[in-house]
Structure formats: C-alpha cells, structure tokens
Design a protein around this ligand. Structure first.
Ligand code: GLN
Ligand code: ZN
Length: 770
C-alpha cells in the first residue's frame, strides 16, 4: 500500500469504442447472433486497445495511471452486481453458486417479458443514464462476480498495472431506491454497515488480481439534490472509509469526487479518512481550504474538464495545481470527471473545420493534456512551456475568431427589455385561442414524432451519402408526412403533428440549421447501455440564416382542416444536449438560441400555423447540483423559454413538453414558462403527478401522459380512461389535454396505432361521462 499515486491520470475513458464496437457487440449478443464467449473476447480486445492507446497518449503502463473503467452497460449496475445487490425478481438467473453472470446482468438492465428492468435515471447533471439499484432489508450483500478482478488480471497478463474504477459504497446506496419489499421510511443508506464487508471482499479480490490502486467514485458527496442530505452523506463517508481504509488486504484507495465541489462536510470527512488519495473536480469548484488529515495524502487536481470538448485554459489549470500543492503532501493532475461524457477522438472527425479542430479536445486530446501537465509536475514547468504556449494561442484564437462574436446577434440581445419576455395575460390568450381553434373538451394530441421506420432512416442515410438527391429525399418526406397526417385524421385526433420524419435528432436537426453550431459525424457519447448520441458543438454566436421547420409544417397543415402543431426544440434542451461554449454565461447563449426560435415562431405564424410546441425535456436535467446555484439557473432557463415564445400572438397556442415527472423542485418554474399547454410524463407513476399539479395551483393547460411510450405494450381503453378520469376529477375540465407520455419515434406502427385508437376511444368515453 505504499506505492505512490501516478503524477497524471484520467478518472475514466469512453467505453463504447472508436467505431462503437461495444454497441455492435452487445446488440449482436442480445439478438442471439454473438455468443457470450465471443462477446467476452470482443470486449477484451476493446479493453486491450484502450490500454494501448492510453499508454501511447502518455499514461504509464505500470503505475496505475490507466483506469480500468470498462462497462458492458452501466457502472452503477456493475457495482450493484459486484456486491450482490440484484433484486429478488432476478434471483433465478444467478449461477448455481449464486454468482451473477452476464445473462442476469443484461436482464436486470433491459428486462425480459414480465420481468421489469431496473429504472433508468439521469446521472447527476449529465445526459448519461444509470440503472437504479433496488435495495431493501432483504438484500443480501456478498461479492457476486469476479468481473472487476478478472479485468485487472487481464491487464496484468497484457503487461499493464491498471487501476480498477468502482462506484463507491456511499454513492451506490445514495443512488439506490428502496425495494418494493422495504417498509415505509426505509432508506438504502441504512444498509451501509451491511454493505461494507462486500466492498472489503471486493478490494481484497482486486489486490489479489494485482491492483495496486483502486478508484472509488463518490459523486454523491458533491450533490445537494439527493434525497439524503449532505451531513448524513458525509457521516456515511466517514464510516465507509473508516472500514475500507482499515481493511488488511487492499489496494491503495483513491476516492474520486467528480461533477462539483465536495460539500464542506464531505471534504472534511474524506480529508480525515484513512485513504491514500482524493480526486477533486476543480473545473466546477475552487480549491478547498485546508482540512485536518491531508498530510501524507495525494490530492489529484481534476483540472482537465471531462464535461466539455474545449482545449481549455491550461495556464489556469496549472495555477490550480499550484494552489492544491499547498494543501497536501503530493499533487497529481487528472480529469474533473470520467471522460465517458466526451467522444473518443477529434481525429475521427476529419470533416470538421480545421480552425475549430484546433480549439477542441475530445477524450484522447484530454489525455494528452493530462500527460503534458503531469510532465510539468514531474520535470518542472520549463519542460512544458512550449505546449502551454500552444494551448494559450489556441484559446486566444478561439476567443477572437470570426463568428464567435457576431455584432448583429449581440446588438439585438443588448436591446431586450421586460416586454420581450412577456405575453398577454393567460385569460386573454385563452379566449383568443378558444375562438381561433375551436377544440373539443379533452383535446387529443401527440408529442410530435411518429415512428421513425427503417425506410425513413434508410432514405436519410442515402441522402447523406448522396445516393438520393435533395429533391427525391424531400419528396419521400412529404409522402411520409401525408401518411402521418392521414393516419391521425383517421384515428380522430384533434391536434395533429407532421411526425418529424426530417429530423435525425431533435437537437442536431436545429444545430445543423443554425449558425454558430458544428455537428460531428463520429462524435458519439454514451447515453445509456448501447445507446449513444452525437452532441452538437455550439462554438459561436447563434443565428438563423433561414427558416428551418416552416415548409414542413406548412405542408402538413395544407393537408388537413385540423390544426397542425409547429414543432421546435427549446433553448435549454438545445444547450443541454450540445457541447456549449464556455466563454460566456449559459444564460446569454440560451437567449441567442431563443431569439432564433422566436423568429422561427413568427415565420410559422405567418405561414398559418396556429399552435407551436417548444419542447424542453431537459429543463430538469441541467438543474445544478448545488442548491445555491438553482435559483439563478431557473431564472435564466425560464427566461430563455419566455424569450423564445413571447413574440407569439395571443391566439397562437404555445405548447411545451417535459419528459419527466419529478416535478416538486421545478413546478414553479414550469408555471413560470407560461406555456398555454404543457404535456408531461405521468403514466409510469400512474398519474401521481396529477395531484402535485392540482395542489400547486397550476392554471394552464396540462396533458399528463396517459400511456408510456417507452415500451411496446398497448394500454387498454379502461386503463387510459382511468388515468383520464383521475385527471378530470382533480383538475378543472378545461385544463386537461390527452396525449401519450413522449414522442413515438422509437415505437413501431402496430402498437402506435393500437395505442392511439385506445387513447381516442378512452377520451370519447370520458367526454360522455361514462
Ligand atoms: N417532439 C419530440 C418528439 O416527439 C419530443 C421528444 C422528447 O421530449 N424527448 O420526439
Ligand atoms: Zn418526452
């Protein structure tokens, strides 16, 4: 346990593979086309290639600086499975000796038939989703897989000493939910003392396999938005690391605290804990004040940002490492978080503008930055002067480049006043809209997208490759829109959509059509399991060279007498699902996006569109982890939505859609959006959210999703009617809208048609008071 910590490291590396090899392998395995042995061989190859690459980029082969951060699906599930925390319903899938193999692992992740999977939830304030473990008094903790140890041994055999990365015990419990068997008032953290022996066993197995260091990730200790409060989490950290630190047979322990600054109590707890190293996120928090217990520990300064794709300010990073050195015996350099949130390598996107590329750092470029700073720590600053100067030049070039600051955009933003953020009173709008739209009570609608069939994807790809001309492609889109409009009329829906067939993705589509954005071809980032997205890069001032959605909406409206909703993505969601410039406050960037959307809405109105929906599914996701930061966030995010929509005429009905039901914290903000109609997720919680809305005094239109689109299951008429009656019982009739939970793009047609038929029929029954 005396090995010193390496001078430079990263907290984790993308695991999907440069060519998304992991996705292809696990999906083939799930489809029965790749056996388990072949899957294991493929992923072993992927891990081996990762080690090789990281060593090539400057991390040491044998000093534990390379993290062993692979996962078949999710790091939280990995930790839960390692300690045996698999819900009872999967017990029959364990091996004869009780261990949890890949079949049980994937079933917990994805479900099978009647076996519901673990719930997916956003990981801190990122767009990554983890699986929520279920823990109760019945959970038996015991080391249940040797997968972590096998990877360490595999690396050893390959000639590497790597550092296994495991979600720590406090975070594992803090992110878990109580199992169905748990009594009221039970908190998974109550089981900490029972869990720790399993971690002790795990650490011993890692040591035996050859690990000299282990990294335990404890992001729960930075958060102030978990159900468990910060004091309780800090006390849990003291207990947990007291026990793990005292274990006789273990690797040296690095506790990592990514995503924000440790709470003061957690910082004191970890500083005093008997562990060998701590890693701090210094991109989202200052260097903390000295605390007792640091002498003899290594502090890893997370100064290279794991959350964005900018080359960043290396001088500032270097200065922070200097500050950190004043606190402890040893200082190393690291990334602020795992690099799982950024794409693999800028070099995989040769079509990006070369000047833009000179400002960027994806995972591999970030590793190189860490290696540079580590060399500075080891050999002295003079050794890296040339690299530092190059980084500073790139940064200066970015800040002064054309398009980064656009006079016209800035001039317009500077002129904004309160009136630009406010529409007429809701009552006035309501009357104007009732007259203009003439909708029945309980109007039925959908969230926007219709199934993105194989055909649609195929002809989009053919158009991308130049095999279909734009004219041919657009003709196919018009045929698709006509079919979707015809189907909705046949179903008897009241407010129609065009179905969004022209969009590959609700953010990228707008990024491709706005100035100030770049899009990548291969910049994939894992969203969950085998799913990855390609966030756009918002690098400059945002403008709208031409209308974006108008011709599609106008075409759809020309086919029907019923209103067709225009469909836009809101400013907060566009920011949340892109990599955003870091040289100005997010609120300023959001307002630039809002102004572009505002112009789009004016053009939609001019084209005869009477209802416009501005989706903000990410409003909750960007909520800062620190309570103190939340009010300012809610202010700029709500303002940007209002700026986008407040130019609409009173008779134009503005809708919004939000994708979640944990409402409590944001309910006031949702009301402040002042959208005429808000559709939300409600089906999975069986409409519980309806009561929250009713008691909050929300007065505008509300469409609690009456069925869950995340599964192919077709809800029955009775089931939908029940939910609807509940809504109508608790809310004034004229407030209630009827819609699914979310867009239908991931669904297939048979279940979509059947579900919507039932939705329309259930609405008919409830309207008749049946
Ligand atoms: N309008 C989008 C759709 O229907 C909304 C998607 C979302 O909320 N994530 O697909
Ligand atoms: Zn949604």
């Amino acid at each position: 346990m005396t090995t010193s910590f390496p001078t430079g490291t990263i907290l984790g590396y993308p695991r999907i593979g440069r060519a998304r090899e992991l996705k292809r392998a696990v999906e083939a395995h799930w489809a029965g086309a790749l056996g388990q042995a072949d899957l294991e061989a493929t992923t072993a190859g992927l891990r081996s290639a990762t080690r090789e690459r990281l060593a090539g980029l400057g991390l040491g082969r044998d000093d534990s600086s390379i993290p062993e951060s692979f996962s078949y699906y999710d790091q939280v599930l990995d930790a839960a499975v390692a300690v045996g925390a698999l819900p009872e319903r999967f017990a029959h899938l364990r091996d004869a000796d009780g261990s949890i193999g890949l079949a049980a692992y994937f079933t917990a992740a994805r479900g099978a038939g009647e076996l519901a999977p673990l719930e997916l939830t956003k990981w801190f304030d990122t767009n990554y989703h983890y699986l929520v473990p279920e823990i109760g008094p019945e959970t038996v903790f015991a080391l249940s897989t040797d997968r972590f140890a096998r990877q360490v041994a595999e690396a050893r055999a390959d000639g590497y000493v790597t550092r296994p990365v495991v979600v720590g015990p406090v975070t594992l419990l803090a992110l878990s939910k109580a199992s169905d068997a748990a009594p009221a008032g039970f908190s998974p953290l109550d089981r900490l003392d029972d869990l720790l022996p399993a971690y002790v066993e795990l650490l011993a197995s890692l040591r035996t396999a050859g690990a000299e260091w282990v990294q335990l990730d404890e992001p729960a200790l930075v958060s102030e938005s978990l159900p468990v409060d910060a004091a309780e989490l800090a006390a849990a950290a003291t207990r947990a690391y007291g026990v793990l630190g005292a274990a006789a047979d273990r690797p040296a322990i690095l506790v990592a605290a990514p995503y924000a600054q440790l709470t003061p109590a957690a910082w004191r707890a970890l500083a005093a804990a008997p562990v060998e190293a701590l890693s701090l996120d210094l991109t989202r928090g200052a260097v903390p004040a000295a605390a007792p217990g640091l002498a003899g520990k290594t502090l890893v300064g997370g100064v290279v940002d794991g959350r964005n794709i900018w080359r960043g300010d290396l001088e500032a990073a270097w200065a922070k490492l200097g500050e950190l050195a004043a606190l402890a015996g040893g200082v190393s350099v690291g990334t602020s978080t795992s690099l799982q949130h950024v794409p693999h390598d800028v070099a995989l996107d040769p079509e990006l503008d070369t000047r833009l590329v000179s400002w960027l750092a994806f995972a591999d470029q970030k590793v190189a930055q860490v290696a540079t700073l580590a060399r500075g720590l080891a050999e002295g600053r003079a050794a890296i002067d040339a690299d530092m100067a190059a980084a500073s030049l790139a940064l200066a070039d970015r800040l002064g480049a054309p398009g980064v600051r656009d006079g016209a955009v800035r001039g317009r933003a500077a002129q904004l006043g309160a009136a630009d953020f406010t529409r007429d009173d809701h009552e006035i709008r309501l009357a104007a809209q009732e007259a203009a739209l003439d909708l029945p009570v309980l109007p039925t609608t959908t969230i926007g997208s219709f199934p993105q069939t194989g055909d649609i994807r195929r002809f989009r790809a053919q158009h991308d490759r130049g095999e279909l001309s734009t004219a041919e492609y657009e003709e196919l889109l018009r045929l698709e829109i006509a079919a979707v409009v015809g189907l909705q009329e046949e179903l008897g829906l009241d407010v129609l959509v065009h179905g969004e067939p022209e969009r590959n993705d609700m953010v990228q589509y707008f990024a491709e059509n706005l100035g100030g954005f770049a899009v990548t071809r291969n910049g994939w980032v894992q969203s969950y399991g085998s799913r990855a997205t390609r966030p756009s890069i918002l690098w400059g001032d945002v403008s709208r060279p031409a209308p974006i959605t108008v011709t599609w909406s106008q075409f759809a409206q020309s086919l029907s007498d019923r209103p067709v909703k225009g469909m836009l993505t809101g400013p907060v969601t566009i920011l949340a699902w892109s990599f955003v410039r870091d040289d100005q406050p997010l609120g300023e960037t959001a307002n630039q996006v809002a102004l572009a959307l505002r112009d789009e809405i004016a053009d939609l109105e001019a084209a005869g569109i009477g209802i416009v929906q501005v989706d903000e599914p990410a409003l909750r996701e960007l909520l800062p982890l620190k309570q103190g930061d939340q009010p300012a966030y809610l202010e700029w995010s709500v303002d940007s939505f209002r700026l986008a929509t407040a130019g609409a005429q009173p008779e134009t009905q503005v809708h919004t859609h939000l994708c979640y039901s944990e409402f409590a914290v944001v309910i006031d903000a949702i009301a402040a959006l002042d959208a005429d109609v808000t559709s939300i997720e409600a089906a999975r919680s069986r409409g519980e959210v309806i009561s929250d809305i009713a008691t909050s005094g929300f007065t505008h239109g509300i469409g609690p999703g009456v069925y869950d689109i995340h599964s192919p299951r077709v809800p029955s008429v009775a089931e939908i009617a029940d939910l609807l009656r509940r809504a109508v019982d608790e809310l004034p009739l004229r407030q209630v809208w009827v819609n699914p939970d979310c867009g239908l793009k991931t669904r297939a047609y048979p279940e979509t048609v059947a579900s919507l038929q039932n939705l329309v029929e259930a609405t008919r029954l409830v309207r008749q008071g049946v």
